[in-house]
Design a protein around this ligand. Structure first.
Ligand code: NAD
Length: 412
């Protein structure tokens, strides 16, 4: 069995959309080429005085529809190819949701768990200063992703602002509220996954009340998804983190309390299971919300869920996807299901530009409107064109970027 990389997966999905849209070889060349790639060395002085070097990346895949936009990932296995793949996905996601952005991604090949708080701050600030010439509120706007959070965004915003000589809150999103963050941003990706799960259940004629769910990942996306679904009356039967999965807890709220107090999911009275056992549970909805390549040729075979909602980016390989389609499992693709994060990031950027801040209700209702609009567009395209929801989502996103390219023309 050959393992496809995240970049192979992203390019294969793009090729399929280009074919379905009947675009030309010239269009393929334009759409499959990242616009700007930066690799930087990020030196870190450890607390004990030693100096270590880390690799940092920033990829601006597209700026055709506006400034590029995408998260910053701190993870030991991140490399340039994966960053390009994730920046490509951001491009189609922003176009699908019709936000005035291109797509970007960045990160450092580091395990943040190996860093003290002060080391994390120094690394974040040095990375920011290395990529500083190419970011900015009108150029490229980073946000949190795996291994980073609002603290990192505060340091990035401060480093950029110190260099500019004045406060520039719009340079990053996912900031703390007191620094110009938006209400509702912390839970936004999970909120969007919740909307996608409920709507997908309705589309399949399943009553969401009491429907069963398994969630892989218990981080920013996994937690807010699980608690949001539980609050709506769905039954979350299992969750996992990097160390394994757990079932038999009475509520997500209780498990979260135990997890934040003890740093693990081994709550007394619960039963441990493997990641694979979680993926293979007989549930209505399976939500991969950790890393890419969770659903592969190997793991897809045993999946018994009726619906897969992709909270993570690129959690399903093309071979895994084909198996899900053959089994008649409905997959709500990442660029739709997890778009709530970038939608509320967009709201944060708009609020920062206007220095006028919205209520939590306004954020929620505007998020709901864009998610529902995108959801219906994907569902309708899948039905009318007789394609999968992933193909439909990519057709819409890629189609909008291709049209924008044509209208702008080629300089010179
Ligand atoms: P996070 O760092 O907050 O959480 C990641 C979770 O995955 C943790 O619970 C971790 O223990 C778990 N995990 C890590 N490796 C694992 C493994 N091998 N098996 C099982 N679990 C594992 O990250 P996050 O922000 O929640 O992001 C999760 C996914 O969602 C990523 O694919 C990310 O790109 C995507 N995403 C995040 C956002 C956002 O706003 N944070 C938006 C869109 C998409």
């Amino acid at each position: 069995m050959t393992m496809e990389s995240a970049l192979d997966t992203a390019r294969e999905q793009l090729q399929r959309a280009v074919d379905l849209l009947g675009l030309s070889e010239n269009d393929w060349q334009t759409l499959s080429t990242p616009r700007r790639i930066l690799e930087v060395a990020v030196p870190l002085r450890r607390d004990n005085g030693d100096v270590e070097m880390y690799k940092g990346f920033r990829v601006q895949y597209s700026t055709t529809r506006g400034p590029s936009k995408g998260g910053v990932r701190f993870h030991p296995s991140i490399d340039m190819d994966e960053t390009v793949a994730l920046a490509m996905l951001m491009t189609w996601k922003c176009a699908l949701t019709n936000l005035p952005y291109g797509g970007a991604k960045g990160g450092i090949a580091v395990d943040p768990k190996d860093l003290s708080e002060r080391e994390n701050e120094r690394l974040t600030r040095r990375y920011t200063s290395e990529i500083l010439p190419i970011i900015g509120p009108e150029r490229d706007i980073p946000a949190p992703d795996v291994g980073t959070d609002e603290r990192n965004m505060a340091w990035m915003m401060d480093t950029y602002s110190v260099n500019a000589g004045y406060s520039v809150p719009g340079v990053v999103t996912g900031k703390p509220i007191v620094l110009g963050g938006s209400l509702g941003r912390t839970s936004a990706t999970g909120d969007g996954v919740v909307i996608s799960s409920v709507e997908a259940l309705k589309a399949r004629g399943i009553n969401p009340a009491g429907a069963t769910v398994a969630v892989q990942g218990f981080g920013k996306v996994g937690y807010w998804t699980a608690i949001g679904l539980e609050n709506l009356g769905l039954k979350v039967v299992a969750v996992s983190d990097v160390n394994g999965a757990v079932t038999g807890f009475s509520s997500v709220a209780d498990l979260w309390k135990y997890f934040t107090d003890h740093g693990n999911l081994n709550m007394p009275g619960t039963d441990a299971m493997t990641q694979e056992e979680l993926l293979h549970l007989e549930v209505d909805v399976l939500i991969p919300a950790a890393l890419s390549d969770a659903i592969t040729e190997k793991t897809a075979v045993g999946i018994k869920a009726k619906i897969v909602v992709e909270g993570a980016n690129a959690p399903t390989t093309p071979a895994g996807d084909r198996i899900l389609i053959d089994k008649g499992i409905l997959t709500v693709p990442d660029i739709l299901a997890n778009s709530g994060g970038v939608i509320v990031s967009y709201f944060e950027w708009v609020q920062d530009k206007q220095n006028y801040f919205w209520s939590a209700e306004e954020v929620k209702s505007n998020l709901n409107e864009i998610m529902m609009r995108s959801f219906k567009e994907v569902e309708n395209t899948a039905t009318t064109k007789k394609v999968s929801w992933r193909e439909a989502a990519h057709m819409i996103g890629v189609g909008r970027v291709a049209e924008a390219h044509k209208l702008r023309g080629l300089y010179p």
